[in-house]
Structure formats: structure tokens, C-alpha cells
Design a protein around this ligand. Structure first.
Ligand code: NAD
Length: 733
């Protein structure tokens, strides 16, 4: 590989040093404006050759441009003249909209071979002397490809940064500039301005002499290169101005609070900032862990002894979301235990913090939500970003439809492709003003201040999220809101509203709620997720001699399809200690090994067990006779095509299974099922990974399951709990 680096300062020089270590066999050409810099880089062994011109430097396999933003356009123009047909080009500039505009002004359009990028690493030092081979280790690099960028170019540039120890993520150039304006450019502007303002004072030497460590930390970045920051402020002018205006407004508000000795206002403002700072710390620690402890992605499992013991699997995600939402709208303090601390539920927490709700935690699954009351949400300062959480976006849309203020909801690139019109349209029937992009996807724009009128809504899609959005909007509507669903879906929202003191009436497929009511805070012990419990229910059913108890499992009838299907198949499952928590039925499940038989799965149970089918396929493979699943076409559009993934996996283990457009036909191997040893793929789908691992419990010579890394995010302690109950499971990275 022939790498060419243009700009041999902190950023370019550090890349040369890191690549030298990672790929001693690569050839590195370098170019900087001054001959002295090129010679110094050669003398230090950072580069193999110094190019004589920018055009010359463009003739490589991969070119990195790391020059000040103000120089980028001319450098790019020269590189595009000198490049070979196959040369890929990337850059390290701190703003991306300007880079795209520069490239378009040179070439007329963004070419497939250019991948804009930005390493979020650096220091106030610049120049070749600041070069550091470790600069990018555990740091983010954001790539901002556009639609015309070639996928394999993105892959090559991603690998280039990963080889230097960085984590790579993707954004649009606009989103990048908005985010960086607030997290990097604005802080630099503030640090420069603070030091500047203080140095206007004749006494400034005294001020600086007595300044404490906090002042030094806060102003450290005012030691950065003024030319570089002038270029950045101008290259990202629009977004930086938005940031400055937002900051100026807040500062004015704070000034008023101090002037009028508004104690509550000050506490609220500082508490909110501290909570956001804590979340930021937790997120950056999580991010760092993600890299250093890379999650095991290969599971090796084989038939072993019986599965025994008592375990509690993680909390239910749907209930975790709703507990925070209703807690935020309630009067009083809601305590939540057993909260699932995944990224999606955290997105809900953060969204309410943005709307002024004080939320403590989560710490070890515990959260305290200081409810703002049904009418107490405040307008967020910026669009609410909910990451990958569809539940947050859809349910929140219902709540926001009833507010006096306007809001915009945004998500990551995958959520930004999911359908949102299905929630916008029914809310419109209540009088809400909710719009989506032309293709019906996020961002979702909710115009507040619309009077909502209770009405009847007939849903065309069976979706618990859409039903919930309508019911939540109904809290803000005059009179009665009712919603009829075409097929039964999860009713966690209805039950939890009851738990918070707002009755939701049910008549057949229709739920009714009255507007104008207040919610009362509650204590919610989030039930363990039955979808996670399902892996252990099937495992203990198919491993002879097993006797396992799963504690505090949510037994909401809209979620227990898996129990009913397993019971139809002859599973031995008993519900112990049934009880009710926050409106939800809960119990301990004792499961013992039993002789399963094949069944025709009733259509009515299919939607109630949709997430559990991968592991139910494994139960079917160990049953006597044929199992037939129909009406489950949704499985084809989940994280992977789950029908195909299971057909491929189980066939490799020697199971006779045939996929159909909406299900599968599985010939069970009966009580003595012995699966063949094989290596199978989970296709980065956590449920496929765990289902195939359960199948491995009937493979005397073992099964190797690849692509399991994201089991860690959906079911953080799966490996530990599986081993605890007796899975013969080894894992590796
Ligand atoms: P630097 O001042 O340390 O190095 C810049 C290099 O570019 C020098 O070697 C200089 O000789 C060379 N150069 C300048 N004009 C040139 C031209 N017309 N032709 C060829 N070479 C030229 O700067 P840096 O800190 O390495 O920053 C480089 C880029 O990376 C900038 O666009 C900056 O926005 C971005 N960036 C900087 C940081 C940071 O913290 N320093 C972080 C991320 C990204």
C-alpha cells in the first residue's frame, strides 16, 4: 500500500507515526509546504519519500489531506490533478460542509473516491514536533460520506483509522458540523473570549496569578493555534453562530436569575447541567470500554450437563422506556428499579432531561424521576436526538403533539430510514401537526400549540408504538380518545397509565382514555424481559435433567405467546408466586426438561411471540414431529432476515428445515436429537446468536457461532448467566 500524507503537522505527522507501527510494509510519501518540514519528517523516519509537489503527492493508493482548512481547496485541486484512476482521497479537516463545498467547487460534484473525515483528537500543540503515534488510540474519527461516495472507499478509510487505534463512526456533513460547532468550536470560541475579556483588565496579571486549577483547565484550549481556529470559525460559520446565539441566550437568562436572586432557577439550571455532564461522562466511559474490552464475537458451545439454578434476566426494554416517560409527566418522584441501562432507554432519559425534567441515575438499574407534571415539560433548546430508539421517537411524538412548544426529533442513520408517517397520520386525526420528511422518515417535526380533540382512531398497522402515541396524545386532548388496533399488540402503555392513576378502559380491540387527567408518581420494579427469558426456557426444556427458575419475569398476556407455544409443544413450565407490579403481571417461571412435540403454531399467537421465533425454531428442531409457522413474514425484516438466518444455521447442524415466505416448516429430531458440529453465522443479529447458542446444547461435538458481538448490548450478562446455569460455553473475540 502506498500512503501519501499532505500536511506534516500534528494530525498528518501522527498518522504517519501510527501507520509506521501498524503497517511497517507500507510506503509513505509526505508533503508539507516548507522544505524544512519535509526534511525533518524524512530524518525522523516518519515518511519514506518527500514529494516535490502536491500533484506528485496525489499519486498514491490512499491520500490523507491534513492541512489548515483555509488551504484545503487549493490542495485538493492539485491532488485531483495528480491522482491515479484508483487513488482514494480522505481528509482530516475539522469542518465538513466547507470541505464538501470546496470539492464541489473544484470538480462540480462529490466524486466516489473522496471520503471526508475528521479525527476527534488533537491538542493545543501543532506542528511536526507535536507528532504522537498514539494520538488516535481510543479516539473517535467521524467519516461523513455522501450518497455518491463509494462503499469500498469508505471501508478502506475506516480500516485506515482503525489500524491507528481509532473508533470510526459515520454522520452526514451537516450533522457533523452542527455537533462539532457545539462540542468543539463553541468551547474554543468561549475559552478564547473568556481569556480575552479578562486580559482587558489592567489588573489581569493579578487575576491570572491567583487563578486556581479550574481556570487553567477551562482556558487550556485558548492556547490553540489562532490561524487554525480562525479558519474553523469561518468554515463552519453558520453552525458556530447558532451555538453562540444559544449560549448568549442562556447566559442572559442566568444573568437575570442571579440579578433577581432566583434560587430555584439557578439550582434547576445547574442541576440540569450537572446531570447532562454526568451522562456525557458515562457515555464517554461506555465508548472507551467498547473499544478496550472488545465484546466476544465468537461463541463455542457444546452439549453438557443439565441446566439448573435461579437467575434474573435483564429488565424489559418497553417497560423501562414507559416508566421514564410517565414518571416525567407525573406529579411527584417516581423510583424505578431493574431499569435496562441500554442505549435506547438512556435516549429516553436524555430527551426528558433536555425538556427540563430532573432525573437521577441510572445507577445499577435504579433511577429517580422528579416528575414535571402533565403540563411541566419545557421546550428543548435543540432538536431531540434519540439515537437508534424507535420507541422513544414514536411515543415521544404522541407526548409532544400535546405541548405548547415546537420540537424536532432526530435519530441515527438507521432510525432515519424507518417509517414515521404511521404515527404522524393518526395523531393528525386528533388535530396534531406532525410532519416527516417527504419519504415519511425522520426528522419528525411537531408543531406545538395545537388544541387536540378526543376522537376515535382506527389503526391500519398493528403497532404498540403507534397505539401508545395516540393514547399519550389523548392525555392532552379534550374528551375521550379511543384507538382500535387491527391485531392485538403489547399493552404496556395502557397498564402503566393505570399504574400511574389514569384509567385506560378496554373494549375488545379498542382502548379508551380521557383527556385532562393528572398522573401520580409510582414505584416501578421493571419485570425481567420475557424475550430474554425465552432463551433459557427453551434451553432448559431441551437439555435432559434440567430444572431452572427464572425470577420476576414479566407475564403480560400480550408478550406470553412464547409460553403458550411452548406449553402447546408439551414444555413443563410452572408460574410461581404470580403478582402485579406497576399494573404488569409478574411471576417466577420454573422450567424442567420435557419431551416436546411438533405443532402447527396458531396464527393468533404469532404476533405475541414474534421476537421469540428464532429460539422457538430450536425447540421445534428438538421436538417429535413437524412444526409449522405461518404468518410471520415480519421476521424477514428484523435485524437480519431471521427466517433465512435460522434456516441456514439449523440446516448446517443437520436439521431438516424449509423456509417459506412467511415462516418455516421444521422436521423435529425428537427426544434424542443430536446436532452435527458446524460453524454458523449470527449475521450480527443478537437473537440469532443466542438461539443458535441454545441449539449448540444438543451438539455433542460443539457448535461455533460467529458474529455474536452485539449480544452484549441487548442482553449484557447473557454469557455470565448462561455459564452460571451450566451452559458449556467458551467465547473469544
Ligand atoms: P499543523 O499546523 O500542525 O499542521 C499543518 C501542516 O499543513 C503543516 O505541516 C503545514 O506545513 C502544512 N500545510 C499548510 N498549508 C499547506 C499547503 N498549502 N500545502 C501543503 N501543506 C500545507 O495543523 P494540524 O493541527 O495538524 O491540523 C491539520 C488539519 O487537521 C486542520 O485542517 C485541522 O482543522 C484538522 N484537525 C486539527 C486538530 C487539532 O487538534 N490540531 C484535530 C482534528 C483535526
Amino acid at each position: 500500500m502506498h500512503l501519501s500524507v499532505i500536511g506534516l503537522g500534528l494530525i498528518g505527522g501522527s498518522s504517519c507515526a501510527a501507520i509506521r507501527g501498524a503497517h511497517p510494509d507500507w510506503t509513505i510519501t509526505g508533503y508539507a509546504r516548507s522544505i524544512a518540514t519535509r526534511e525533518a519528517a524524512l530524518a525522523r523516519g516518519l515518511i519514506d519519500h518527500a514529494a516535490d509537489s502536491l500533484e506528485d503527492a496525489g499519486a498514491a493508493d490512499l491520500v490523507l489531506i491534513a492541512v489548515p482548512m483555509g488551504q484545503f481547496r487549493d490542495v485538493f485541486a492539485a491532488v485531483s490533478r495528480g491522482r491515479h484512476a484508483h487513488t482514494l482521497v480522505t481528509d482530516a479537516g475539522s469542518t465538513k460542509g466547507s470541505v464538501v463545498a470546496d470539492v464541489e467547487s473544484v470538480l462540480g460534484a462529490m466524486p466516489a473516491w473522496f471520503v471526508p473525515g475528521h479525527p476527534i483528537a488533537g491538542s493545543e500543540q501543532s506542528g511536526l514536533d507535536a507528532t504522537n503515534a498514539e494520538l488516535y488510540v481510543d479516539h473517535q474519527v467521524i467519516l461523513t460520506p455522501v450518497t455518491s461516495t463509494a462503499a469500498d472507499a469508505v471501508d478502506t478509510v475506516t480500516a485506515f483509522w482503525r489500524d491507528q487505534g481509532a473508533r470510526v463512526s459515520h454522520m452526514t456533513p451537516t450533522r457533523h458540523d452542527e455537533v462539532l460547532a457545539l462540542t468543539s468550536h463553541l468551547p474554543h470560541v468561549l475559552a478564547f473570549t473568556l481569556v480575552h475579556a479578562l486580559s482587558d483588565d489592567d489588573e489581569h496579571l493579578d487575576i491570572f496569578r491567583y487563578a486556581a486549577g479550574g481556570f487553567r483547565d477551562f482556558t487550556r484550549i485558548a492556547g490553540s493555534d489562532p490561524v487554525m481556529w480562525r479558519d474553523i470559525a469561518l468554515a463552519n460559520q453558520a453552525a458556530v453562530l447558532v451555538g453562540i446565539d444559544r449560549f448568549a441566550d442562556r447566559l442572559t437568562q442566568l444573568r437575570t436569575m442571579i440579578a433577581s436572586a432566583d434560587q430555584d432557577g439557578l439550582i434547576r439550571s445547574f442541576e440540569r447541567a450537572r446531570a447532562a455532564r454526568e451522562l456525557f461522562k458515562a457515555l464517554s466511559e461506555q465508548g472507551a470500554q467498547h473499544v478496550t474490552e472488545s465484546h466476544p464475537s465468537v461463541f463455542q458451545v457444546r452439549a453438557g450437563g443439565a441446566l439448573t439454578g435461579r437467575i434474573r434476566v435483564p429488565g424489559d426494554k418497553s417497560i423501562s422506556h414507559r416508566a421514564v416517560m410517565l414518571g416525567a409527566l407525573a406529579d411527584g418522584v417516581t423510583t424505578i428499579t431493574g431499569f435496562l441501562e441500554g442505549e435506547d432507554a438512556i435516549a429516553t432519559v436524555q430527551a426528558f432531561r433536555e425538556m427540563g425534567v430532573v432525573i437521577e441515575g441510572p445507577t445499577e438499574g435504579q433511577i429517580r424521576v422528579h416528575g414535571a407534571g402533565i403540563d411541566g415539560l419545557k421546550a428543548p433548546q435543540a432538536p431531540l436526538y434519540v439515537g437508534n430508539s424507535g420507541t422513544t421517537m414514536r411515543l415521544l411524538t404522541g407526548i409532544l403533539a400535546g405541548q405548547a412548544f415546537n420540537t424536532v426529533l432526530e435519530g441515527d442513520s438507521s432510525l432515519s430510514r424507518r417509517p414515521m408517517r404511521r404515527v404522524a397520520e393518526p395523531l393528525g386525526q386528533l388535530g396534531a401537526n406532525v410532519t416527516t420528511s417527504a419519504s415519511g422518515t425522520p426528522p419528525v417535526v411537531v408543531t406545538g400549540g395545537q388544541p387536540l380533540t378526543g376522537t376515535h382512531v382506527d389503526l391500519t398497522v398493528a403497532s404498540a408504538q403507534v397505539k401508545s402515541a395516540v393514547l399519550l396524545a389523548g392525555l392532552y386532548a379534550s374528551g375521550t380518545t379511543s384507538v382500535t388496533e387491527p391485531a392485538v399488540t403489547r399493552d404496556h402503555t395502557e397498564r402503566m397509565l393505570n399504574g400511574f392513576g389514569v384509567p385506560v378502559r378496554r373494549e375488545g380491540a379498542t382502548a379508551f382514555v380521557e383527556g385532562g387527567q393528572r398522573l401520580t408518581a409510582a414505584a416501578i420494579d421493571v419485570p425481567a424481559d420475557i424475550s430474554s427469558a425465552a432463551f433459557f426456557l427453551v434451553a432448559a426444556s431441551i437439555v435432559p435433567g434440567s430444572d431452572l427458575t427464572l425470577e420476576h419475569v414479566g407475564l403480560n398476556p400480550t408478550r406470553t405467546g412464547v409460553l403458550e407455544i411452548l406449553k402447546l409443544m408439551g414444555a413443563d413450565i410452572t408460574v410461581l408466586n404470580p403478582r402485579e407490579v406497576g399494573g404488569e403481571p409478574v411471576g417466577d417461571l420454573r422450567v424442567r426438561a420435557s419431551a416436546l412435540r411438533g405443532v402447527e403454531i396458531p396464527a393468533s399467537l404469532v404476533p405475541l411471540a414474534i421476537d421469540e421465533f428464532p429460539v422457538l425454531f430450536v425447540a421445534a428442531a428438538c421436538a417429535t414431529g413437524v412444526t409449522c409457522v405461518q404468518g410471520a413474514e415480519e421476521l424477514r425484516v428484523k435485524e437480519s432476515d431471521r427466517i433465512q438466518s435460522m434456516v441456514d444455521g439449523l440446516s448446517a447442524l443437520g436439521v431438516q428445515i424449509e423456509g417459506t415466505p412467511d415462516g418455516a416448516v421444521i422436521q423435529g429430531q425428537g427426544l434424542d436429537a443430536r446436532f452435527r458440529s458446524a460453524e454458523v453465522q449470527a449475521h450480527e443479529d443478537h437473537r440469532i446468536a443466542m438461539a443458535l447458542t441454545v441449539a449448540g446444547l444438543r451438539a455433542p461435538d460443539g457448535v461455533i457461532v460467529h458474529d455474536c458481538a452485539n449480544v452484549a448490548t441487548s442482553f449484557p450478562n447473557f454469557i455470565g448467566l448462561a455459564r452460571q446455569v451450566g451452559f458449556a460455553l467458551d467465547v473469544r473475540a
